[in-house]
Write a protein that binds this ligand. Structure first.
Ligand code: NI
Length: 163
């Protein structure tokens, strides 16, 4: 396994839109293992492949306090079930180091994804998973948490991060 370099805002490579995974093979196993190693080494709770300059629709996550519950989401997609039900949460991002901001997102979603063997799963997530999966899917679309903030605030964060 290998620890990968995490790109940081405003690196333009964070803006690339990731393509779906079509092969559930050995190379996918290696990528997800490396992504998990990187996420744990950086003490993050989630990591999208875009953040390590791999532009495929892959997300890893561990929301457990014990850091022993790795999850892998391949080609994740969600639908908003109720756009009036919102949740505000203070988010951080390994690609925007040292910054936390309150972001408001839909609270009621329907999530589908494939596991590492290509088997499809579905869930109506709750709590932290609801927030984290939307944050990570944003990465796959080339979108960052700073995009939810005002241009002024975003500019301030750009200066702070690049110091
Ligand atoms: Ni992030």
């Amino acid at each position: 396994m290998a620890k990968l370099k995490v790109l940081t805002f405003p690196d333009p490579r964070l803006r690339k839109v990731a393509v779906p995974v079509t092969k559930f093979d050995k190379s996918l196993e290696i990528i997800t293992a490396d992504m998990l190693e990187t996420m744990y080494a950086e003490d993050g709770i989630g990591l999208a492949a875009t953040q390590v300059n791999i532009h495929e629709r892959i997300i890893v996550m561990d929301l457990s306090e014990e850091r022993n519950d790795p999850k892998i989401f391949i080609n994740p997609e969600f639908k908003i079930l109720d756009d009036k039900s919102l949740l505000s949460f203070t988010e951080g991002c390994l690609s925007v180091p040292g910054i936390t901001e309150e972001i408001t997102r839909p609270d009621n979603i329907y999530l589908t994804w494939h596991d590492i063997n290509g088997k499809q799963h579905e869930e109506e997530p709750s709590g932290l998973l609801t927030v984290c999966i939307q944050h990570e899917i944003d990465h796959l679309e080339g979108k960052l948490m700073v995009d939810y903030l005002s241009p002024l605030k975003r500019d301030r964060i750009r200066k702070k991060v690049s110091k």
